[in-house]
Design a protein around this ligand. Structure first.
Ligand code: GLU
Length: 543
């Protein structure tokens, strides 16, 4: 009996790996084209770090004329949730990530390199596991949990590395006959790599972010196939990324220490490994210290958060690009109106120490992004957001013609578009006075009595049909008539001479009409409010 017999007992029906090699031919892509992928587990949650990886994946695939695909890694049956794939696809779609290939719904995919869901690839894994057993590079291991525990305890007591390696790999040298007999008796087993590595030898791995990293070789007989017959990540990654012809694996830095094992697996099959870009984690500042952004503690770790808050996906993508690649900020300054996809992304320009996530900065980026939108764009985004999250706002927006005017104030036709919005959840508060008459007036320096005089005078001269210049001249006239400085300059020269200046007078009008001392352009606001509404508000205040 030899390894071939053993392989046949475990996988009697598996096909040969040549069959799959033939089926998934190398891709026909131009020189230099990179094939990248996003490979999340369907746990009901897309982490902001996942989005960050998608941005990199897509940018590189796009700029090299390659392919970016979505693979679902669902071999951990315990972590899987209902509709988990759909949720991932949905979350990505909200951020404009529609991969070129891969899963497109819970059970459907597009592309010639599928199935793109690991749970549907079992027969492929069987074939590849069988091959390694035939080659003597993998073997069944029958260690029970108790045995594993015992080995660990002994290693710890002796101050040794834990795991299955060297003399500790208990079933590594089990005679084939005995292994077959145990299998036939129905004993539970996993498949382990028979590692050829030695801890005292070094290998150099190239990481596209960090450059060359030296590691001890892998010498662990790592588990490749679990007792349920499904592969662990290490094995699935090697098989999938080989057969899907991935050229660049962008993944979290937590995988760096596993690369020696992955390299050994690629070598065991005789395949060329892909390039690796192990990207740093997104960090958060807490009490002056950096820590990993955490799914448990930080709501902003989940990409759904941004959608719920109404932070536009363009802003999130743009902000992430900012923290991914330090040269982006300068590029954006030089090219304020270009699409982000025109920026040439380079892995080698990424920082290695982890990007600190800063909500204030994100909202700042968002203000700039929103400032470039047309009233129509703002309306469509806000309206979609409101329909999902804020009924009252959705109602306000029902009169589309009016809402477009409200949202258009100091926007498209303005030399300096307003930058007072960073998310859709702020819109209601931001425009409420265009829908509701204020009931609270706070004039700061001016007394209620004096304010009343201002409004009485102003309502005598207000005319909806005045142009902006005339409108402003009238406010100046009112100021002068009531003894305020007509020009701010005059006031500044002799402040003791006046009770205030034209600015104070217009503040009174602003507060009476909007309830606020700060708003966008008053003339535009009054034109949008309309004659009747302005007059009504002025009169109601006087009364
Ligand atoms: N499913 C793995 C993860 O979510 C994928 C890592 C990889 O991209 O290879 O971490």
């Amino acid at each position: 009996m030899d390894y071939k017999d053993l392989a046949n007992v475990i996988y009697p029906n598996a096909k040969s790996i040549e069959y799959y090699e033939e089926m998934y031919k190398p891709r026909n892509l131009p020189q230099g084209a990179e094939v990248t992928r996003f490979a999340p587990s369907p746990t009901g949650f897309v982490h902001i770090g996942g989005l960050y990886q998608c941005i990199i994946n897509r940018a590189i695939a796009k700029q090299t004329g390659g392919v970016f695909f979505l693979r679902i890694e669902d071999t951990d049956q315990k972590r899987k949730i209902e509709n988990g794939v759909e949720q991932i696809i949905d979350a990505l779609r909200k951020f404009d990530f529609v991969p070129d290939e891969g899963m497109i719904s819970e059970n459907e995919s597009k592309g010639d390199y599928g199935p793109y869901k690991q749970s549907q690839r079992r027969e492929i894994y069987d074939a590849f596991a069988k091959y390694l057993i035939e080659q003597g590079r993998a073997y069944p291991c029958f260690a029970t949990p108790e045995e594993i525990e015992e080995i660990r305890k002994k290693q710890e007591a002796a101050g040794l590395r834990t795991g299955f390696y060297g003399v500790w790999a208990k079933y590594r040298n089990l005679p084939v006959d005995e292994a077959i007999e145990r299998i036939k008796n129905g004993e539970s087993f996993v498949i382990r790599l028979r590692s050829n590595g030695r801890e005292d030898r070094k290998i150099k791995v190239k990481d596209s972010v960090r450059g060359h990293i030296e590691f001890p070789e892998n010498d662990q007989d790592a588990v490749l196939i679990k007792a349920d017959g499904l592969p662990v990540y290490h094995f699935a990654h090697v098989v999938d990324d080989h057969l899907m012809r991935t050229t660049l694996v962008v993944r979290g830095e937590e995988w760096i220490s596993s690369t020696p094992l992955h390299i050994e697996l690629f070598q065991a099959f005789g395949f060329k490994p892909p390039k690796y870009a192990q990207v740093p984690n997104i960090l958060k500042m807490e009490d002056g210290k950096k820590r990993k952004i955490s799914k448990r503690k930080d709501p902003e770790a989940a990409v759904d958060y941004y959608h719920e808050e109404g932070i536009p996906s363009d802003a999130v993508n743009e902000y992430l690009m900012n923290i991914i690649n330090s040269s982006f900020e300068g590029w954006r300054r030089a090219n304020p109106n270009k699409d982000m996809s025109e920026f040439k992304f380079e892995l080698s320009k990424m920082g290695v120490s982890g990007a600190v996530f800063d909500m204030v900065k994100l909202l700042d980026v968002s203000k700039n992004v929103i400032a470039k939108y047309s009233a129509r764009q703002v309306y469509d985004y806000v309206n979609a957001w409101a329909k999902q999250y804020d009924e009252e706002l959705a109602k306000m927006l029902e009169n589309e013609e009016y809402a477009l005017k409200v949202l258009g104030i100091e926007r498209e036709n303005s030399k300096k578009p307003r930058k007072d919005l960073s998310k859709w959840s702020e819109v209601k508060e931001n425009i409420i006075y265009m829908y509701e008459e204020p009931t609270n007036y706070d004039f700061d320096k001016i007394s209620g009595e004096d304010a009343k005089k201002v409004i009485e005078e102003y309502s005598k001269v207000y005319d909806y049909n005045n142009d902006k210049q005339t409108w402003f001249d009238k406010i100046k006239d009112v100021a002068e008539k009531l003894g305020y400085a007509r020009e701010v300059k005059e006031y500044k020269a002799e402040p003791e001479k006046w009770p205030g200046h034209v600015g104070d007078v217009s503040t009174v009008i602003r507060v009476v009409l909007t309830g606020r001392r700060n708003t966008p352009d008053m003339y535009e606001i009054m034109q949008v409010l309309g004659k009747d509404e302005v007059e009504k508000r002025l009169q109601n205040f006087i009364a």
